[in-house]
Design a protein around this ligand. Structure first.
Ligand code: ADP
Length: 283
């Protein structure tokens, strides 16, 4: 059966919920379930569950957890980093899709995050979706025709984004190394020459801005080659772009990133870009 919806936004919600589940669970399991709860002539109601066996959330905290900038335990959140915006954004997206989102949790036992969305029925899978595989192969050819294998470093703490990013970049013909915080990113750059770094802005230990500053400092001290750094940021917030530039980054892509976006960035910088366009940050 085929339904019609906003796949990018749906993925954003799932990345957030599953990412949180992985972040706050040290042992046990993460369980995911999708079921159909109602079907009308026009639309279906889908029910998603993400259950973990992690630290859990107190009853008081559950009452505010979908509010913007809400983090339950400052020390825990600092260790893991995060903005406290993910669940607030997820709630907005779920409600915009005609659904609701909620949590049941027991401290020390785990949490169950669930949400519903209403999606219209579609007659068939749109051609554009069917073409995705073909397009991916075309991307690969497109890049391979113009550049040597690019050595790319992906600095990203979210496990799902690490995997997605690696798969997407490899499908574009890149050779990919993944690190999970700013300190590892700085070390990696000192040990190997990269053509391009995708740098998550919010990471534990050392964030993307600080890591970029450290890399730029080292480059200017040693007179070494300037590596291209592209920021990955989850929240397209006012001032983000300026902050990225000020830290010494060259370009900017918002999360959740897609293979098209990564392809565009690589094309822009390594695919024979006009000099006059260099240095401009994409909106
Ligand atoms: P953040 O970017 O800080 O993760 P979220 O809005 O996604 O922002 O989450 C807000 C807070 O809710 C987290 O900082 C954490 O304290 C708590 N939280 C979210 N998901 C879980 C979970 N699965 N288990 C325990 N705590 C969670």
């Amino acid at each position: 059966e085929v339904v019609r919806g906003d796949a990018v936004r749906l993925r954003q919600i799932l990345i957030n919920l599953i990412g949180n589940a992985l972040k706050f669970t040290e042992k046990g399991e993460i369980f995911f379930q999708l079921s159909l709860v109602a079907k009308n002539p026009d639309y279906s109601v889908l029910h998603f569950i993400v259950r973990d066996t992690g630290i859990g959330i107190s009853r008081e905290a559950q009452a505010h957890i979908f509010d913007a900038f809400s983090q339950v335990d400052g020390s825990m959140a600092r260790r893991h980093e995060g903005s406290g915006l993910g669940l607030a954004i997820s709630r907005e997206l779920v409600e915009a899709m005609g659904g609701t989102i909620g949590v049941n949790s027991e401290p020390g036992t785990g949490s169950v995050f669930w949400f519903t969305v209403c999606l219209k029925h579609a007659e068939s899978v749109p051609e554009i979706v069917q073409q995705n595989d073909v397009q991916r192969d075309q991307f690969k050819l497109g890049l391979a025709g113009q550049v040597e294998t690019l050595h790319v470093l992906l600095a990203e703490d979210n496990i799902i984004n690490q995997e997605l990013g690696r798969i997407m970049l490899e499908s574009l013909g890149c050779q990919v190394d993944v690190v999970e915080n700013g300190i590892e990113a700085v070390e990696a750059v000192f040990n190997k020459e990269y053509d391009l770094i995708f740098m998550d802005c919010q990471m534990p230990e050392l964030d993307g801005y600080e890591a970029t500053r450290a890399i730029r400092q080292r480059e200017s001290d040693s007179g070494g080659r300037r590596v291209l750094i592209v920021a990955l940021t989850a929240h397209a917030m006012e001032g983000d772009r300026e902050q990225c530039l000020a830290a010494g980054m060259d370009d900017y892509a918002s999360k959740p990133f897609t293979v098209h976006q990564l392809h565009d960035v690589i094309k822009r910088w390594h695919g024979g870009m006009d000099e006059s366009e260099a240095g401009q940050v994409s909106e």
